[in-house]
Design a protein around this ligand. Structure first.
Ligand code: NI
Length: 149
């Protein structure tokens, strides 16, 4: 059961004005949820700076499937890291191009390494790795083992 704490925050009136404008634009009903989301976003950013943190990743890539042996190499990389690959979704964009979304889990450093191994393959045109983690419901520690050094 989560307990709720209240806090009073002193804030520059011009900063508050900008925050309220953001809150309204984003569609938040009140300041509290917007405030909590900003804190969570910052904590996730902080966590993914830690190369040992256990996180999830969504890796998207666009590639030309006519490129010789590229699909085999993509499959090889994913088999090399089978413990980290949760699932892969493939979309045929047009005659030549494919989009893949690979969902990953594991250490930040390893997921970045997987992303680099794929990005550097010839024929891979555009890639993006988004890392995330659950900042709530983990009872004060991370859902998976997490070691600080
Ligand atoms: Ni395809």
């Amino acid at each position: 059961m989560k307990s709720l704490a209240r806090l009073g925050v002193s804030i520059d009136s011009s900063l508050l004005k900008q925050f309220d404008a953001f809150t309204a634009k984003a569609g938040y009903v009140g300041r509290s949820e917007a405030f909590r989301d900003l804190i969570r976003a910052r904590l996730v950013d902080e966590e993914i700076q830690d190369s040992d943190a256990e996180v999830f990743g969504a890796f998207t890539l666009v590639y030309n499937h006519h490129k010789r042996q590229l699909e085999e190499r993509l499959t090889d990389v994913q088999h090399d890291y089978h413990d980290n690959v949760i699932t892969t979704t493939h979309v045929h964009i047009d005659h030549d191009n494919c989009l893949e979304v690979i969902l990953l889990k594991g250490k930040v450093s390893l997921l970045k390494q997987i992303a680099l191994s794929i990005s550097s393959l010839k024929g891979v045109q555009h890639t993006k790795l988004v890392l995330t983690s659950a900042q709530e419901n983990n009872h004060g520690h991370n859902a998976m083992p997490h070691h600080h050094h």
